[in-house]
Write a protein that binds this ligand. Structure first.
Ligand SMILES: N[C@@H](CCC(=O)N[C@@H](CS)C(=O)NCC(=O)O)C(=O)O
Length: 211
């Protein structure tokens, strides 16, 4: 299978770059310069009409949205490597639930928080009470995740999986946006364990190329 991953340093593509590193899947990595507008060029828009990274081109067919890419990587390469639960198992259902929850439910609230507080957003859109409301929503969701992690080293039990990578990526990104993890001891300890993975150190940095 031929894989080409379009990415940019410290972006929504970073968890995908991390995932392929965990899986050891051969692929071509193409780093776009977002500040130069590479993602808005017509050849790139032809594979991702949203003009954003990441995109994974699989045997010539593009797949976009980071969570879809990582769920597909899990299904396609993760099962045989022990990094994604097999089809038809209860853990597969849990992996799909938690990873979609991370990007859609938790991630949606992070986006609303960013709109409400970020100094990179039009000041007319910023809204301190909305930011406070979003922090409350996120704290309540972290309590749900914390309960899931109680008595579990990793999200699905004793072993690390791409489900941890996908969920932790959004949670760690939210901490970069000022969300406090410390009130949720299981989440905070799990996030620290995740950040100690060798592939995390090799991929979550500004230099672009893993290594
Ligand atoms: N929901 C998308 C978000 C992708 C996204 O927003 N990527 C940003 C980088 S973090 C991007 O490429 N921005 C370039 C732009 O907006 O021009 C995903 O998860 O794939």
């Amino acid at each position: 299978m031929s894989l080409t991953l379009y990415a940019a340093p410290m972006s929504s593509a970073t968890p995908v770059v991390h995932a392929v590193a965990e899986l050891g899947v051969p692929h071509e990595l193409v780093m776009l310069d977002l500040s130069a507008g590479d993602q808005k060029q017509s050849d790139y828009l032809a594979i991702n009409p949203n003009g954003v990274v990441p995109t994974l081109v699989v045997d010539g067919t593009p797949l976009f949205e980071a969570v879809a890419i990582m769920q597909w990587l899990g299904e396609t390469y993760g099962v045989e490597r022990g990094l994604w639960p097999a089809a038809g198992t209860p853990d597969r259902l849990q992996a799909l639930s938690w990873t979609t929850w991370a990007y859609v439910t938790y991630g949606g609230a992070v986006q609303r928080l960013n709109l409400a507080q970020s100094d990179r957003v039009d000041p007319a859109v910023r809204h301190a009470p909305m930011a406070e409301h979003c922090r409350g929503e996120l704290d309540a969701m972290l309590a749900i995740l914390d309960a899931r992690l109680a008595g579990r080293h990793w999200l699905l039990g004793g072993e690390f999986s791409l489900a941890d990578l996908i969920v932790a990526s959004v949670v760690i990104y939210s901490s970069y946006c000022g969300v406090q993890l410390d009130g949720h001891a299981n989440v905070a300890a799990w996030a620290r364990r995740f950040q100690q993975r060798e592939a995390f150190g090799k991929t979550w940095h500004q230099d672009g190329q893993p290594g």
